[in-house]
Design a binder for this molecule. Structure first.
Ligand SMILES: [Zn+2]
Length: 277
């Protein structure tokens, strides 16, 4: 007798739970304003296809949320347009536009958010080529990058800019800088500016830089051989020769003489994606 009563209650409770399960499955359809299911089968299909909200550790819905969040937060990789000589333009994943040493080539048509100048030689500081600047556009030159002999760090939301040493017999260490840029996806890029080997370079090897742009003209700066030695010293994942020959946008023959593990040769006018590791 008692077993029959217990069985009756189990059947009743199971029925109620099943009804609640269907109702829960249908609720989003109603609240979303879509028409209610027109048959029991469509209602059941909806309920079955949806993850059970009572299931602990529901990997399905969690992973979808995580993916969506990652996509929202991932701005994408920055792109570098090598304009020639010592000039390049970076568009960050967020769409911010950074010019470094405007002088050579084409591609000054995008509105600037940040302009970096390494020093005041006439082949590095043609800010007027950039015809449009976005509101709040910042200009950093060696004058504010090197204050009281201290190399400065500038944090913007989309990039961190660190001034670093640059010098040789033609370039005064107190009037010239290089820059290390760190983007929001963690990619780090070093642009040497005009320099020969600096004492700071070997400290860069501990930073696992992703890209190193190294000048190598051999007239005003170190030559290709020394630049190749600097590439080995710095140990960036990719090294790129630039500022290759005085008065020239680019010189492929000399660029090919530059030796480095993970070398990338970028001709004037070419654009590369600054991929992370
Ligand atoms: Zn120069």
């Amino acid at each position: 007798m008692s077993l029959a009563i217990a069985f009756f209650f189990i059947v009743m409770i199971t029925g109620v739970l099943l009804l609640e399960g269907c109702a829960a499955g249908q609720t989003p359809d109603f609240s979303a304003g879509s028409p209610p299911p027109t048959s029991a089968s469509s209602g059941n299909d909806t309920a079955l296809s949806e993850p059970n909200p009572a299931m602990p550790g529901d990997a399905g819905s969690d992973s979808i949320d995580a993916d969506d969040t990652a996509n929202d937060e991932d701005p994408g990789a920055a792109k570098l347009l090598y304009q020639g000589h010592g000039s390049f333009r970076i568009t960050t994943g967020e769409g911010k536009v950074i010019y470094v040493d405007p002088y050579a080539g084409e591609g000054y048509d995008l509105s600037a958010d940040l302009i970096l100048i390494t020093h005041q030689h006439s082949d590095h500081n043609k800010i007027d080529l950039i015809t449009s600047k976005n509101p709040g556009c910042e200009i950093i030159t060696e004058k504010n990058a090197l204050v009281g002999e201290i190399h400065q760090v500038f944090e913007f939301g989309y990039v961190v800019v660190e001034a670093v040493e640059a010098y040789n017999k033609n370039h005064n260490p107190y009037e010239c800088v290089g820059y290390i840029l760190t983007f929001t996806d963690g990619v780090q890029l070093y642009a040497s500016g005009d320099t020969s080997t600096t004492t700071q370079m070997e400290t860069f090897s501990t930073r696992n830089l992703d890209y190193a742009l190294l000048c190598c003209d051999g007239t005003y700066n170190m030559d290709v051989k020394e630049a190749s030695e600097c590439a080995a010293l710095i140990g960036a994942r990719h090294s790129i020769p630039y500022h290759i020959e005085p008065g020239q946008l680019f010189n492929r023959e000399r660029a090919e003489q530059f030796e480095a593990e993970g070398r990338i040769i970028v001709a004037a006018g070419e654009e590369i994606i600054l991929a992370g590791q």
